[in-house]
Write a protein that binds this ligand. Sequence first.
Ligand code: 1CP
Length: 351
Amino acid sequence: MTVVSKKSILSSARGERPWRYPLWFLRQAGRYLPEYRALRAEHSFLELCSNPRLAAEVTLQPLKRFDLDGAIIFSDILVIPHMLGQELSFGPGEGPQLSPAIRDRSALRRLNPPKMTGLLASTAAAIRLVRPQLADHQTMIGFAGAPATVACYMIEGQGSSSFSAVKELLYTDPGCFSELLDLIMEATFSYLCLQVEAGAEIVMLFDSWAGQFSTRDYKALVAPATQTLLKRLKEAQIPVIFYPGQGCHTYATAGEFGAEVLAIDWRFSLSSAAQFLQKSSLLPTLQGNLDPLLLSFGDESQVRAAVRALMDEARTLSLPGHIFNVGHGLTPTTRIEALNWAIAEIRTSSV
Ligand code: 1CP
């Protein structure tokens, strides 16, 4: 019990007062770190994910440099499609590629049944290596993609700006689209349970592309699988940080999903997100939401002022808790000194 209460991220997720301001960064391990780039020069991204010793090393890199309260396991949301049988590759300078793309029922039928092997087992093994190396105050964070976001990549075969293949399947065969989401949901639930068995103490669910759907389609065809997943995680007593993407309608319903923490994109202020949420439910703990590019291009006074303004804003909202973070992943142009300014500003502030 004493050990748990030292973990500011977990205290804040439970709506308890943490002993200090909880702080971590989305994509805190990644290309902005020279030590990550050095490992990446020797190994492909998939090698890093599939080798538990390397994945653990990358996970711990930012914790060696910065005073952070959480470690997110190094992996990717696309390990689920890989396990289901799609070939996954990350070409140089390109986004992820998955093949064959799942465009119809026959492709859906050819997918594997969910099995907790391969990259999923490697991620769990990496969590087992990281957890004992964390300090008492640091929380082990697992993660996965929400069903619709993972389905977007599976259907398109890559990232997209219009998601027209996704919309084509959604409108021509909504039953097939829903079956795919249910399959991903089942696999993701087992995978997150596996991460928790291995030592994850909270999990983050990324629904990065949820805002691409119309309000009506979102409610009828997208939200149910996410809602079922979150309900099952609650029954399994697994605390969740849910990132509902960037759409207003995803915020309007996200409060009802019962996640302990909602991660707010930087495009919304915490106050406007809170307004949406209060329409449907009590406010949960919020995470976020500094613009990550401020840490690439802002000077020290701009960074410190924005960090302070965010903490002040959170205070005025009487939230059950606020976990400091960026509103989306750190980019390769993030400057280490800017992270140090942000962290120094947060550490001079009481909760
Ligand atoms: O080194 C490299 O070239 C690989 C770049 C990279 C990294 C560092 C990818 C490819 N994935 C990751 C790790 C990753 N991905 C983490 C690690 C843990 C940490 O935060 O430190 C996490 C949480 C993710 C999650 C992820 N992957 C999301 C959800 C969050 C978000 O950004 O909205 C998504 C959409 C992905 C897909 C993906 N994987 C990689 C890239 C470049 C992308 C995005 C592609 C696109 O824009 O469509």
